[in-house]
Design a protein around this ligand. Structure first.
Ligand code: UT7
Length: 331
C-alpha cells in the first residue's frame, strides 16, 4: 500500500475591511509613505476596526465561510482543529473550541498553538503527523492574528509593519504522491528580548503597572530580527531543497512569510529562484503574523496546479522558524 500523506484540499481566507494606509500611519508616528515603501515594502494593512468587540475567531469564521464556498465541506467529518495564533480571543476558552462549536465541527478535538509568525507551518507539521499516524483523516488548520491589538501606535518600530487577517486550510489524508513531503522546523529561545510581548503572562500578570509600562505591546529590535530572519529562513530552505534533490527550476512557488520585502528578497536571492515564482502580497496586508502564508495560498489558489512544488518558509518570535516542501493537491 502507498504511504499515507497529508494534503491541503481547500483554502480559505479573510482580511478585515479597514485599510490603514501609510499616510494614516504617518499621522501617528514620525514616518512617511516613502520610507515604509522603500524599507519594508508595505503600502497598507487591514485592521479589525469596524467590528469592535470581535477578535480572531470572528476572522476565522469568515475564513471558514470562504473555504466552505470553495469546496464541499462536512464539519462532522473533521477530526481536529489546530488554531495557530498569538492573539486568541481569550487566554481560555481556546479559540479552536469556539470555532469548532460555531461551525459544527463537533467530532473534533482542538487547541490553540502559539508560534508567532511560524504558526501556520508549525500547525501543518502537527496536522501532518496526526494524519500520517493513521488515526486522523481530516484536520482544519486555522492561522490568524489580530496584531493591531498588540501595537503601540506611537512606536514607529512596529506601527508600520503589522496588520490583521486569517487563513485556513483543510488538510486530508491521501495515498497519492501529493501533499506534505518534507520539512525542517526549529526554535531558539536564546534571545527572547529581541522580539517580545512581556505583559499578560504568568511572569508579568496584567496590572496597572504593566499597562503603564507598555508591556502588552510588541517590542522588537528590528535589525536583530531582520538578520536572524534572513539567515534562518535561507539556511533552512537551502537544506530542505538539497535534502530533497530539488533544482531551482523544479520549484514552482516559494511562499515566504511576509514581514519585510527586503527579507523576502534576501531569502529568495540566496535560493537562486526567480522572483516570478515568489508569492508576495505584503504591500496590501503588511505582516499578518501566522496568517501571512495561508493568505498567499488563498490569493494564488487559482494559479496553482495539482502537483506544483511549493516551499513554504516562515520566521517569527521565539525565535521560531522552518520550511515545508509540499506538492499542491488540486487544480
Ligand atoms: O515577523 C517577524 C517580525 N518582525 C520583523 O520581521 C522585523 C524585521 N525588521 C525590519 O523589518 C526592519 O529592521 C525595520 C522595518 C523594523 C526597520 O528597518 P531598518 O532598515 O532596519 O531601519 P533602521 O532601524 O536601520 O533605521 C534606518 C534609519 C534610521 O535613521 P538614521 O539613523 O539612518 O538617520 C532610523 O532612525 O531609518 C530610521 N527609521 C525610520 N524612519 C522613518 C527607523 N524606523 C523608521 C520609520 N520611519 N518607521
Amino acid at each position: 500500500m502507498n504511504k499515507i500523506r497529508a494534503v491541503i484540499t481547500a483554502i480559505g481566507g479573510y482580511v478585515p475591511e479597514y485599510r490603514l494606509t501609510n499616510e494614516e500611519v504617518a499621522t501617528m508616528v514620525n514616518t512617511s509613505d516613502e520610507w515604509i515603501t522603500k524599507r519594508i515594502g508595505i503600502k497598507e494593512r487591514r485592521i479589525l476596526k469596524s467590528e469592535e468587540g470581535k477578535g480572531i475567531t470572528y476572522l476565522a469564521m469568515k475564513a471558514i465561510d470562504d473555504l466552505k464556498s470553495r469546496c464541499s465541506f462536512d464539519p462532522l467529518k473533521i477530526d481536529a482543529v489546530f488554531f495557530a495564533t498569538a492573539t486568541p480571543d481569550y487566554l481560555f476558552p481556546n479559540s479552536a473550541s469556539l470555532v469548532a462549536h460555531k461551525t459544527g465541527m463537533i467530532n473534533a478535538f482542538g487547541f490553540d498553538m502559539e508560534a508567532a509568525c511560524s504558526g501556520f507551518i508549525y500547525a501543518l507539521e502537527i496536522a501532518q503527523s496526526c494524519i500520517v499516524s493513521g488515526k486522523h483523516r481530516k484536520i482544519m488548520v486555522i492561522a490568524g492574528d489580530v496584531l493591531s491589538t498588540l501595537i503601540d501606535y506611537t512606536d514607529r518600530n512596529t506601527s508600520p509593519i503589522f496588520g490583521d487577517g486569517c487563513g485556513c486550510a483543510l488538510v486530508e489524508s491521501t495515498t497519492d504522491d501529493l501533499g506534505l513531503i518534507d520539512s525542517i522546523m526549529r526554535c531558539d529561545g536564546s534571545i527572547p528580548e529581541s522580539l517580545h510581548v512581556y505583559g499578560g503572562g504568568a511572569v508579568n500578570p496584567t496590572t496597572h503597572e504593566t499597562v503603564n509600562n507598555k508591556l502588552h505591546y510588541i517590542w522588537q529590535d528590528g535589525k536583530v530580527v531582520f538578520r536572524h530572519a534572513v539567515s534562518n529562513m535561507s539556511n533552512t530552505c537551502q537544506k530542505l531543497i538539497k535534502k530533497n534533490n530539488l533544482s531551482e527550476k523544479e520549484i514552482d512557488w516559494i511562499v515566504p512569510h511576509q514581514a519585510n520585502l527586503r527579507i523576502i528578497d534576501a531569502v529568495v536571492n540566496s535560493l537562486g529562484v526567480s522572483r516570478e515564482k515568489v508569492m508576495i502580497n505584503i504591500e496590501k496586508y503588511g505582516n499578518t503574523g501566522s496568517a501571512s502564508i495561508p493568505l498567499c495560498l488563498w490569493e494564488w489558489e487559482s494559479r496553482l496546479h495539482k502537483g506544483d512544488k511549493l516551499i513554504l518558509t516562515a520566521f517569527g518570535a521565539g525565535f521560531t522558524w522552518g520550511a515545508t516542501y509540499l506538492k499542491w493537491g488540486y487544480n
